[in-house]
Design a protein around this ligand. Structure first.
Ligand SMILES: Nc1ncnc2c1ncn2[C@@H]1O[C@H](COP(=O)(O)OP(=O)(O)OP(=O)(O)O)[C@@H](O)[C@H]1O
Length: 300
């Protein structure tokens, strides 16, 4: 659905995005994580057709987006700083969106405005940051996009509204096959929301994973032995991390749960627990292996 191949973007001498390729499947939610200045906004603006890449190719449903009004009809972007026409109300913005977006859904606009208790006649510039963000969501979701590009979308929303917005998006993903790419600094928030996660660092995509695979492919084992076996016991597994505390062995292992389980049980452990890992722990161990410190890349 969204395909970026070998994309570069430079601002004068600053290389903001370098040789980046990414694929987001229809109906999925792709979380783009990374520290300040990693290049997330630049990448999102290229995918939204706001910036033109210097090199490489970006296509949405096989169509280019830059200066392509037809593709832009279906691809909406919510920037990190909401932007509205000068001194205008939500109602005026709705009128403007209706002229631009052919799939504008007036009924939905009305429902969402009522649901979020927004005064559609109030000047948007006099609204709080969180209310302006809600207004952006209401307008964007009422334009019925096929692709939604969100730059740190939930900042400034209170927890209740944040959850309601996520639910609305998830409903569109399930019912209309909406495709989403969303940037964030918050790993924990992305954990429950995304199907795929990518980490950007210094303009490149350092790491990209399917969340389901990620969670089923990596395990934390806590094993207690009456007689702790030789360290060669670890050689039979793909071990990312190992600690021994007395007769208890704690390790992080990659692979299929059934295979790991059968292997460990063949050593007759006194106690054997498979514990869940958080996304942060998974990244710490996976990226630790390639020499990156996740806590330096993702700040909450
Ligand atoms: N319009 C611009 N002109 C010049 N440099 C820019 C421009 N936009 C971004 N940059 C630079 O490109 C790099 C990547 O910026 P970008 O905003 O894409 O990062 P980001 O990952 O979104 O960061 P943050 O998490 O802080 O929003 C930064 O060094 C930034 O200063």
């Amino acid at each position: 659905m969204i395909k970026a191949v070998a994309v570069d973007k430079k601002f004068e001498k600053l290389q903001a995005v370098t040789n980046l390729s990414l694929h987001v499947r229809k109906g999925s939610i792709y979380g783009l994580l990374g520290s300040n200045g990693a290049g997330k906004t630049t990448l999102l603006k290229m995918i939204a057709g706001i910036y033109k890449q210097d090199k490489g190719e970006i296509k949405i449903s096989e169509q280019p987006i830059y200066e392509m009004p037809e593709t832009k009809q279906r691809v909406l972007f919510i920037p990190d700083q909401p932007y509205f026409l000068h001194q205008t109300s939500l109602l005026n913005m709705a009128w403007f969106y209706e002229q631009v977006y052919t799939k504008w859904n007036a009924k939905r606009f009305k429902q969402l405005t009522t649901h979020f208790r927004m005064d559609p006649t109030k000047n948007l510039s006099r609204m709080s940051k969180g209310m302006q963000r809600q207004a952006s969501f209401i307008l964007t979701l009422s334009a019925m996009p096929d692709v939604l590009i969100l730059d740190e979308p939930f900042d400034g929303l209170d927890p209740v509204v944040r959850q309601q917005m996520k639910n609305l998006i998830l409903q569109d993903v399930a019912e209309r096959g909406l495709t989403l790419i969303v940037s964030s600094h918050n790993l924990r928030e992305m954990e429950d929301f995304c199907d795929y996660v990518g980490i950007m660092h210094k303009g490149t995509l350092l790491f990209e994973r399917d969340m389901d695979e990620l969670k089923t492919d990596i395990h934390k084992l806590q094993i207690a032995f009456k007689n702790v076996p030789e360290k060669s016991f670890l050689d039979g597994m793909d071990v990312l991390h190992y600690e021994k505390r007395g007769s208890v062995v704690l390790c992080i292992v990659k692979g299929k749960m059934e295979d790991i389980s059968a292997y460990v049980r063949s050593y007759n452990p006194a106690i054997f627990d498979l514990l869940p890992l958080t996304l942060e722990e998974i990244f710490i161990y996976e990226l630790g292996g390639v020499g990156y410190e996740i806590r330096n890349l993702i700040v909450e």
